[in-house]
Ligand binder design. Structure first.
Ligand SMILES: [Zn+2]
Length: 156
């Protein structure tokens, strides 16, 4: 019985230490805006999570950015390799997998400087790709998507 209780506490400790940081907030992502601004609606669609995308749904959150912007680490992050949004090699088909603050997420439409290692909050992780070349008139943006496709809005 004592062993069982001890084991239960141990399990609880493990669960707590691996849980997501409820206070996790994304710091500034793009050099042309001093704070993160969620893309509203434009002729190509809306930037919020769950917005309509053809027959499907937008499974991320779009943060307004300008083409060519420097993109910063939103907090201390680990770089977990490249992530391509479309796989069609167009001008914006690039991105990166990241983790930090207990969160696993992707940033799309970014040319990463590196795809391994760690980057401190506010340091450059890459450059916003030329979105206007692909979607003329869109609010250029970086797409933030959680690895489990959950809603990232509470972290902004
Ligand atoms: Zn998006």
């Amino acid at each position: 019985m004592k062993v069982y209780i001890l084991f239960s506490f141990l399990l609880l400790a493990v669960i707590c230490s691996s849980s997501v940081d409820a206070q996790a907030k994304f710091g500034r992502l793009c050099s042309s805006h001093s704070r993160n601004i969620i893309r509203g609606c434009d002729r190509h669609g809306c930037g919020h999570y769950g917005a309509k995308r053809g027959k499907g749904k937008h499974m991320g959150l779009d943060i307004a950015c300008a083409d060519g912007d420097t993109v910063y680490a939103p907090f201390d992050v680990k770089l977990n390799g490249r992530s391509r949004p479309y796989g069609n090699n167009n001008a914006i088909d690039n991105g990166i997998n990241l983790s930090g603050k207990g969160l696993c997420f992707k940033l799309f439409y970014v040319q990463p400087d590196r795809t391994t290692g760690t980057v401190k909050k506010g340091q450059r992780i890459g450059r916003m790709l030329p979105m206007q070349r692909v979607y003329r008139g869109i609010t250029s943006h970086v797409h933030v998507q959680m690895c489990n496709r959950s809603n990232p809005t509470k972290y902004f």
